[in-house]
Design a protein around this ligand. Sequence first.
Ligand SMILES: Nc1ncnc2c1ncn2[C@@H]1O[C@H](COP(=O)(O)OP(=O)(O)OP(=O)(O)O)[C@@H](O)[C@H]1O
Ligand SMILES: [Mg+2]
Length: 237
Amino acid sequence: MIVLDKITIRFGGLVALDAVSAEFTAAVSGIIGPNGAGKTTTMNLISGFITPTSGKVLVDGDDILRMPPHQRTRWGLRRSFQREQIADDLSVWENVLAITDNLPGSRSDRRTEAEQAIDFAGVGKLRHRLGASLNTYERRLTDLARCFAGRPRLIMLDEPAGGLSPEETDHLGALVVRMARLSDAKVLVIDHDVDLIQRICSETLVLDFGRRIAFGPTREVLNDPAVKAAYLGVEHA
Ligand SMILES: Nc1ncnc2c1ncn2[C@@H]1O[C@H](COP(=O)(O)OP(=O)(O)OP(=O)(O)O)[C@@H](O)[C@H]1O
Ligand SMILES: [Mg+2]
């Protein structure tokens, strides 16, 4: 279970998150909301880029915010970014192997884990290609391999389907569901593609201007009048 407990984050006068609470129990859960709602800020908090003004995050009972950021990777935290972070001058293999540098275990164990992650994401054929030569879809798949490497316990994906075609989005969505099934990890997905969220996330949190406006089973949340109002007239990126 992922518990957000009254998270408040202020940037100067801006309240990016305002006492947001939610308890995610699903294998794959969503966070949606208009631009600037506080979605990425939530992931930045959990991964350690920012500290909250107040509040707690518990994952399976572990107090994530008390761990130094590098320890969070060892613990099992993985994430992808809205602008994916594949190193241009490293091969796909090296990009995935890099994640395992901080993990416990022997060098050969870590290579095996990287290998399994590459197989999982179906990027074996690209293993020698440099990051710079990959298209958006190939980068997103490499991102998924990086998130799957080692023994993830919490995987956070920030707009994994951004810039993908409908077919690519379908395939990526199926991989995300498999990712949760094949690992012990809970997966949190941010996306503007509400159809994708509806297909793959059993629970969803909706943020708007830093406030929780709905949380619960995705289908119910999407029918909530407050959610419809927040989306009304908003053209999604
Ligand atoms: N480090 C920061 N310093 C100051 N303000 C910030 C910082 N990070 C985010 N913000 C502001 O906090 C608010 C929430 O931003 P956030 O990136 O979480 O939005 P988002 O929901 O991910 O939006 P999008 O869909 O556009 O990615 C925005 O008003 C943003 O400008
Ligand atoms: Mg964002």
